[in-house]
Design a protein around this ligand. Structure first.
Ligand code: G3P
Ligand code: MG
Length: 260
């Protein structure tokens, strides 16, 4: 894939991760947003995986399609053939007007072809326990690169545990808004590689404790380049952002981002 901007190619440092793809410049969680992230110089994206009613895994954040597509209603009322009639690009319009909700398979194809890495976040919504984890693991098992280039996370730690049992070779990250008191035990139980938290809930002591136990620490969703500065040089692993260019245009963040 050609890099069309003047931003540095961050290759696989994984310091800056495009949240739902480059979702400020393209419709969130679409292939266009994933390509846009690559064109911004990133090799890492975060995206959300949900299930349609027929069990097709798709890239979509909400339980309904109301907020950011041309349709309304529950994802659970859609099946794979319906994807051709729904636009995930209506809010952006223009060239994005026909952008579909991508399937997980199409997304994995793009990642494979572009040599990209990702944080795959499972959104189990109201699905029976284990259904999403089973379907995601089946998709990943067909890709021999998955364990090296994908981190799976979820707010639903039971679902993450189900995934862990099915694919122990793929790293997982415990995802919280603000971690509860049992976060360390939960990560240990999951044999997780990382702690993912909302940036407003990160403290220096939490970061130090997590890194002292060997966990990577990632924060979401950071769109202000000032707010995470105190954490930059004391062990923060990655920032998940809608706006990668604002970090890449700042010399200090760009230098941090280039560090492996
Ligand atoms: O995975 C990090 C972040 O995406 C979690 O929040 O709601 O944007 O999926 P959300
Ligand atoms: Mg997410």
């Amino acid at each position: 894939m050609t890099i069309v901007t003047g931003y540095p190619n961050l290759a696989d440092t994984g310091r800056i991760i495009a949240h739902r793809g480059a979702s400020l410049v393209a419709p969130e969680n679409t292939l266009a947003a994933f390509r846009a992230a690559r064109e911004q110089g990133l090799n890492w994206i975060e995206f959300d995986v949900s299930l349609l009613g027929d069990g097709t895994p798709v890239i979509h954040h909400d339980e309904t399609v109301d907020r950011c597509t041309s349709a309304t209603g529950s994802l659970a009322d859609l099946a794979a053939p319906d994807l051709a009639t729904v636009s995930a690009g209506v809010l952006h319009g223009g060239a994005f007007a026909t952008e579909p909700i991508p399937t997980l398979d199409a997304t994995l194809d793009l990642l494979e072809n572009a040599g990209m890495y990702s944080n795959l976040e499972m959104k189990a919504h109201d699905q029976p326990r284990g259904r999403l984890a089973g379907i995601v693991s089946e998709a990943l098992k067909t890709r021999d690169w998955a364990a090296k280039r994908i981190i799976v996370s979820s707010f639903n730690h039971d679902e993450l545990g189900e995934f862990r049992e099915l694919m122990p070779e793929v790293p997982v990250a415990g995802l919280w808004i603000g971690p509860d008191e049992g976060w360390r035990a939960r990560l240990a139980e999951l044999r997780a590689a990382a702690l993912h938290v909302k940036y407003t809930h990160l403290s220096q002591s939490l970061l130090q404790e997590a890194t002292s136990f060997g966990f990577d620490v990632r924060v979401y969703t950071v769109n202000d380049i000032g707010v995470m500065k105190p954490f930059r040089d004391i062990g923060l692993t990655s920032i998940i952002t809608d706006d990668p260019p604002s970090f890449l245009e700042d010399p200090d963040w760009a230098a941090w981002a280039a560090r492996s």
